[in-house]
Design a protein around this ligand. Structure first.
Ligand SMILES: [Zn+2]
Ligand SMILES: [Zn+2]
Length: 268
């Protein structure tokens, strides 16, 4: 039986004979149902018209995005370390060329996600890489659309994955929205991978914080401050957002602080 993928959010569901009636991700007020109604595809169907673009974005960090753009259009990231690689967020498309390219980077030891919007077909990715565990914050558990034994539901504020790679819960957009801190990134100055736990702004000097990006629903001051406080103890100089080119290249920790100040002033 096929695992259907929602065309609007790109999230894959458990096996069903026919397409599901609803996408719980898109029916939530943080997302939206496609303007042509609820539509579905599958990985074999996608393989006919899409490919993954796989490119190094800095040493030991590889971006993976689907082209032409599909659904939310995110770019996943593979962090490569001597002790194993972590895939941060995921794409809906998986094909032989992608598996081969990722294997040549050392494969995937673990998958971790920022939140349920950027997860694509992550269970298929887990299967392709020796059932790599999927680290998913327990507070987002209700948004799992394809249950599997690969899930590791971590709780609390922090989760150490591998040497120098730590998940930090920030909340806000989703209660379990998190960031991945990569100590060795940016030549040792530290990197934060954020998905849209913080959204890198188009000027790439600021980030923003929203309950819903497509529906433009802001967060309150207390919640924004909590996100800033969650990353305050970490050393980082660069932020990678969840899309190609959305990067705060340097001085990112100060950028988070000034972004929160500007945001809280705007909503007060
Ligand atoms: Zn959807
Ligand atoms: Zn999101």
């Amino acid at each position: 039986m096929p695992n259907f993928i929602c065309v609007t959010c790109g999230v894959q569901y458990a096996e069903t004979e026919s397409a599901p009636e609803h996408c719980i991700i898109c029916e939530d007020d943080r997302q939206y149902i496609g303007h042509k109604g609820q539509r579905w595809t599958t990985i074999p169907e996608m393989q006919k018209g899409y490919k993954n673009r796989i490119e190094e974005v800095e040493p030991n960090l590889t971006g993976i995005g689907t082209t032409p753009g599909f659904a939310i259009g995110q770019r996943a990231l593979l962090v490569q370390t001597p002790k194993g690689n972590v895939l941060w967020d995921c794409t809906s498309l998986l094909d032989d060329a992608t598996v081969e390219a990722i294997r040549s980077c050392g494969g995937v030891s673990a998958i971790a996600v920022s939140h349920p919007h950027l997860v694509g077909s992550l269970v298929d990715w887990s299967y392709a890489f020796d059932h790599a565990p999927i680290y998913w914050h327990a507070d987002n558990r209700e948004w799992v659309t394809r249950p599997d034994s690969a899930y590791v539901f971590w709780e609390g504020e922090r989760c150490d994955l591998l040497d120098g790679l730590t998940l930090v819960r920030c909340g806000g957009h989703f209660p379990g929205s998190d960031a991945l801190h990569w100590q060795a990134g940016a030549d040792g100055r530290g990197v934060l991978l954020v998905g849209d736990t913080m959204q890198v702004a188009q000027d790439r000097r600021y980030v923003s914080f929203m309950y819903s990006y497509p529906n433009m629903i802001p967060l309150n001051a207390r919640t924004v401050q909590h996100i800033v406080d969650a990353v305050e103890p970490l050393a980082f100089d660069r932020i990678y957002g969840g899309w190609w080119d959305l990067i705060v290249a340097t001085d990112a920790k100060a950028a988070v602080k000034r972004s929160a100040e500007r945001y809280i002033k705007a909503i007060s």
